[in-house]
Write a protein that binds this ligand. Structure first.
Ligand code: XLS
Ligand code: NI
Ligand code: NI
Length: 455
């Protein structure tokens, strides 16, 4: 039915290749030597290699994101567009959207990402009314259906952009005006349904404007209640339409608003609990957001896993010297290895994936830079996964942790946790036994040395 919405010729018209790479990048192993004909091949990303019993492709579930790679134009607060993509600037916006889709799926084919992610406004231009915006989106959806069918690329998640348009400047769900809440709800309904029809594995909510600048104009208590209601509506609708994907919140402490309500894992867990949603909603964690919240990525993953709400990852990297979301492609092997070690300890990435929510630097203006950035990041993650596999298989780290806590398996440890002790009985026992705890080394340096050995 949707096939008739866009004539096939519109999205298959030859436009000339955008990238100088023509064939999908191959896996050639660690001995690969680049040549002029083949400047890049995967040295570690061997998608069929088994890692702890699962294909590497299924352990990593890479996704390329639409916004940074095809919408981003290199602007920064002080500079105009530097990328000058042919689908940017003046021109028929729908024709540009179709051109963009062609290039996007060509990139996915070249680098071999099994998934992609998008916001509604990334893929189709906003219309004069929500109805018109939705119609445009529907036309792109038909194009996506066909391209996904042809290439086998799947949708990791969809999301609604509830932050760019000025109507959202004071928030979407947390806006003082219920009309804005209603508009945001209508937008999310549409994108959630689109994500469902496209077989998306997750749906993400990142609350860019769900926060505030100053308490002088803000009723914080009301805004939190509004946000809770909004999330309940999303979960209700998910069940109503039979969407089996995960609903994911993406925590971030600040930027664009100063105080964002979805600050970090701990904060979001409290929010979910308060709204009875801790079994319905999980988290999409981003390296750069963890850093901005004063945590490392491993902490956020481990905490989400301990609380039963780990869902997916936005794989990027922040600059530790800058206090904003620089969204760089990952390239630090030990850092990514420790991240993936936590993912493996959490039981794997599950229905989530590793989404490259990462952007080229403003001066990386060549189309091929998109290929290099993604492919290098994929190979780096693959290499890091192999390091993490060694950490798991060797087991020395895990054994150390087990030994460190083994006292809790003693009769006293068990009795405490099972609620069989009170302050009184504990005090009595300590005195009666003349108990004096014996400190033990936690051996951090030895463990750090072990980690370097795996790398
Ligand atoms: C912004 C967020 C955003 C989400 C999707 O900092 O990372 O890109 O991933 O809305
Ligand atoms: Ni993100
Ligand atoms: Ni981000």
């Amino acid at each position: 039915m949707t096939q008739t919405l866009v004539p096939a010729s519109m999205d298959t018209a030859p436009r000339g290749a955008y990238f100088s790479f023509r064939e999908p990048l191959a896996f050639r192993g660690e001995g690969f030597v680049p040549t002029a004909e083949e400047p890049f091949a995967y040295r570690f990303y061997d998608k069929n290699r088994l890692v702890l019993g699962r294909r590497m492709e299924d352990q990593l579930r890479f996704a390329a994101c639409y916004w940074h790679s095809f919408v981003g134009d290199g602007t920064d607060p002080f500079g105009d567009a530097s990328f000058l993509r042919p689908w940017h600037g003046a021109g028929d916006p729908m024709a540009q959207a179709l051109h963009k889709a062609d290039v996007a799926f060509d990139l996915f084919r070249l680098i071999g990402t099994p998934f992609f992610t998008f916001h509604d406004r990334d893929v189709a231009p906003e219309g004069a009314t929500l109805r018109e915006s939705n119609e445009r989106l529907r036309r792109i959806e038909a194009v996506f259906e066909r391209k996904m069918d042809q290439t086998g690329v799947k949708l990791l998640w969809g999301t609604a952009n509830l932050f760019s348009n000025r109507r959202y400047m004071a928030g979407a769900a947390t806006n003082p005006d219920p009309d804005v809440f209603a508009y945001a709800a209508a937008q999310v309904k549409n994108v959630l349904e689109m994500t469902h029809r496209l077989g998306g594995h997750n749906y993400v909510l990142w609350g860019g404007r769900e926060g505030y600048e100053t308490l002088l104009n803000t009723d914080l208590k009301r805004e939190l209640a509004q946000l809770g209601r909004f999330l309940n509506l999303v979960v209700e609708h998910k069940h109503k339409i039979g969407f089996k994907g995960q609903i994911l919140i993406e925590p971030k402490p600040a930027e664009p608003t100063k105080h964002q309500y979805d600050h970090d894992v701990a904060t979001v867990y409290g929010f979910l609990k308060a709204n009875g949603l801790e079994t319905e909603v999980k988290l999409n964690l981003e390296q750069n957001h963890a850093l901005l919240a004063g945590h490392n990525f491993e902490h956020e993953i481990a905490l989400a896993s301990a609380l039963g709400i780990f869902g997916s990852i936005d794989m990027n990297r922040g600059d530790e010297m800058l206090g904003w979301d620089t969204d760089q492609f990952p390239n630090n092997l030990p850092q990514v290895a420790l991240t993936l070690y936590e993912v493996l300890k959490a039981g794997g990435i599950g229905q989530g994936g590793l989404n490259f929510d990462a952007k080229l630097r403003r001066q990386s203006i060549d189309p091929d830079d998109l290929v290099w950035a993604h492919a290098s990041a994929m190979d780096l993650c693959a290499r890091a996964l192999l390091v993490a596999e060694k950490m798991v298989q060797d087991g020395a780290l895990q054994r150390h942790v087990q030994t460190r806590y083994q006292g809790w398996d003693s009769p006293r440890g068990r009795a405490i946790l099972q609620g069989e002790c009170s302050l009184e009985t504990l005090a009595r026992d300590v005195e009666a036994e003349g108990l004096e705890p014996q400190p033990r080394s936690s051996q951090q340096e030895r463990l750090e040395h072990l980690v370097n050995g795996y790398i």
